[in-house]
Structures are given as structure tokens and as C-alpha cells.
Design a protein around this ligand. Structure first.
Ligand code: PMP
Length: 359
């Protein structure tokens, strides 16, 4: 079979050596004679898995000691409910920057649960081709925190730098650029990310939360309760054992590559190759404001819906998978997560170049 490159926005490409290691130890985990799929989450074997994953994540992100690293189920969507329930117990009110689809999902979920949401800025009228920002004249209300989607997976934009003049704890949705770019954890009150893009298979969601924000909140479902999970080392109930194990292997792989800074420069190089191609192309274009362009999700289009579909179809025939844009916006999208080799990006650019010559 010829080489296949997976540009899916998630679940996304995982490092090939990690998939091989999973295959190798699937029947007997660490010589136990039992598969990781069947060991108890209360066994020492698994306690080591979860503790190592936490330590490796702490090292890679330089997580300060006054933050907890927690493992949940329920994905990023689960955190759209969990964040207000845990962090907005005082004023029942949060602030949010409307930067696209996932920010608006977070907004709607909070409203549904009875919280008030102050949308401080929105770039909806610019089709989210640039990011909303807080003005210095921002009039602070009684909000409990500020929700920001750090990387907008569908619109292809990223806050590369964090600027929070509000004094509100910042809640960062890093689902699609977790460990792809260096951020300082101390700029955040809480960070969350579903694993299935940069970190591992679907099923586990990471929450990194500052100790002083952990409060005992009455009437919160146990499965979403940050302080309960912190107390129980994320083992309050049966966790997604396999997903945590696989994420742990990706974290080890990441350390071997040189860590987050090395990944960031790898991702910068690859996304620049793609944006440089798009900017000179006479057929394809990317409409995102250059300073806001994402390193992990590049959106592009010919401007013709039918032609975009043809591009995606022909790409598949060349082993370049999943470049169709999200159903809500159409067009095309290529996701370059940490495990994407440069050869994959080059193959995609070569294919688009040939397609352009033919059309
Ligand atoms: N936030 C962002 C930025 C996302 O990209 C996604 C999923 N693509 C979500 C939240 C929702 O995550 P999940 O599918 O894990 O619920």
C-alpha cells in the first residue's frame, strides 16, 4: 500500500512508533499476561500509567505545582458544561470571546444550564477570518471567568499570544493545539483539551486547573466535579484506561522529539510551507488574517464549492485523506498535528500544485 497521510481535524494522526508500540504490547502489558484493555484501573500497573502520564505532561508544559492535572471523559463538549458548573458558582456569569463555532457551542451550553454569558467581542461579521480581542476599555461585569478558544479548529485561527487585561481567570479551550505551541500555564486559570487531536485517541479529556479555583460546589454531577477528581487522582470512577495509556505513550514520544518548543518550530515550518503555497496560488486561497493563522488547522478554498469537493475527492485517491472542510463552513482544511511528517505536507502541496496546473 502506498503512503497515506491523514489530515483529519480529529481524531487525527498519531505518531507511527506509538501505534507500533500499542500493537506490540497489546496482548501482554508490561509482561503481565493481560492486555491494557482488560487490566483493572485500581491495579498498580495502571496507577503507574496515570502517574507517569501526569508527570510527563507536567514536564512538557512546565505545569506549576499549584495546578492539578485531571483526566475526564466527555470531550471538549463535556467541558463546556463542566467549566461553568465548577468555576462560575459565585456569580453564575462568564465572559467569552466569540471567535467561531466552538466558542459559540460553549456559549450555548452555558446559557442552557442557566448561566449568563457576556460576549465581549465577536468577529462573526468578519466570518471569523480574524480573532476578536479585548479592548482596554472593557467594562468588567461580575463574571467568574473568561472563556477563550485558543485554537479555532474550523476557522483556522489561533491566539498565539495570551493577552488578558481583565483579571478574570482565563479558561482556555486548547482542544486543537494542545502541546503544539508553547503557552505559559500560569496565564490560565484552567486549560482543557480533548485528546483526539494532538494527544491520543478519543476518550480522554485533559483539564489543568489552578488550585485556588477548586471549590466544593453542591449539586454538580460527580463525573464533572473538578475538586472530586483532584482528590481521587482522576480515579473516582472507571477512567478511559486505554486512552490514558495511549496518551501516555504519545507524551513519551513527544519528550523524545525534544518537547513542545521543538514541536512548535516543526509546526511553524510546516504551516509556513502551506501558507506560502496558498498565498502564491492563483486557484487556492486562505482568507485568514496572517497574524491569526493557525499552525495546526489550515483552511483554504478555490471559492467554488463543487471544485473544492473535487479537490478533496482526488486528494483521497492520492492517499491524502480528510481535507474536506467542516460541514458548517465547507471549503477545504488540512490539519497538521504534531505527528504529521513534513513529507506529508509536501505531498499535499505537490498535489494541490498539480491540480492547479490541470485547472
Ligand atoms: N473545542 C474545540 C476547539 C474543538 O475543536 C472541538 C472538537 N473538534 C471541541 C471543542 C469539541 O470537542 P469534543 O468533540 O471532544 O467534544
Amino acid at each position: 500500500m502506498s503512503t497515506v497521510y491523514n489530515f483529519s481535524a480529529g481524531p487525527g494522526v498519531l505518531p507511527a512508533p506509538v501505534i507500533k508500540q500499542i500493537q506490540k504490547e497489546l496482548t501482554s502489558f508490561h509482561g503481565s499476561g493481560m492486555s491494557i484493555l482488560e487490566i483493572s484501573h485500581r491495579s498498580t500497573l495502571f496507577e503507574n500509567v496515570i502517574d507517569n502520564a501526569k508527570q510527563d505532561l507536567k514536564d512538557l508544559m512546565q505545569v506549576p505545582d499549584n495546578y492539578q492535572i485531571l483526566f475526564f471523559q466527555g470531550g471538549g463538549t463535556g467541558q463546556f458544561a463542566a467549566a461553568p458548573m465548577n468555576l462560575a458558582s459565585k456569580h453564575h456569569r462568564l465572559a467569552l470571546l466569540d471567535s467561531g463555532h466552538w466558542a459559540s457551542k460553549a456559549h450555548d451550553e452555558a446559557i442552557k444550564l442557566g448561566y449568563q454569558v457576556d460576549v465581549l467581542d465577536s468577529t462573526k461579521s468578519e466570518h471569523y477570518h480574524e480573532l476578536p480581542h479585548l479592548s482596554l476599555t472593557f467594562n468588567q461585569k461580575n463574571d467568574d471567568y473568561l472563556h477563550v478558544t485558543i485554537n479555532n479548529t474550523i476557522e483556522g485561527t489561533t491566539y498565539h499570544q495570551i493577552n488578558n487585561p481583565t483579571h478574570l481567570p482565563l479558561v482556555g479551550d486548547m482542544s486543537s493545539n494542545f502541546l503544539a505551541e508553547r503557552y505559559s500555564v500560569k496565564d490560565f486559570g484552567m486549560i482543557f483539551a480533548g485528546a483526539q487531536k494532538n494527544l491520543g485517541p478519543a476518550g480522554v479529556t485533559i483539564v489543568i486547573v489552578r488550585d485556588d479555583l477548586l471549590k466544593k460546589v453542591p449539586k454538580i454531577p460527580s463525573i464533572l466535579d473538578y475538586s472530586l477528581f483532584a482528590k481521587k487522582n482522576s480515579l473516582y470512577n472507571t477512567p478511559p484506561v486505554f486512552s490514558i495509556y495511549a496518551a501516555g505513550l504519545v507524551l513519551k514520544w513527544l519528550k523524545k522529539q525534544g518537547g513542545v518548543d521543538v514541536m512548535e518550530s516543526h509546526n511553524r515550518k510546516q504551516s509556513k510551507m502551506m501558507y506560502d503555497f496558498l498565498d502564491q496560488s492563483k486557484l487556492f486561497r486562505n482568507d485568514v488574517k496572517p497574524s491569526d493563522r493557525s499552525l495546526t488547522n489550515t483552511i483554504f478554498t478555490t471559492g467554488d464549492q463543487k471544485l473544492d469537493l473535487q479537490v478533496a475527492k482526488e486528494a483521497t485517491q492520492h492517499g491524502l485523506m480528510s481535507i474536506k472542510g467542516h460541514r458548517s463552513v465547507g471549503g477545504l482544511r488540512a490539519s497538521f498535528y504534531n505527528a504529521m511528517p513534513t513529507a506529508g505536507v509536501q505531498s499535499l502541496i505537490d498535489f494541490l500544485h498539480d491540480f492547479e496546473k490541470k485547472h
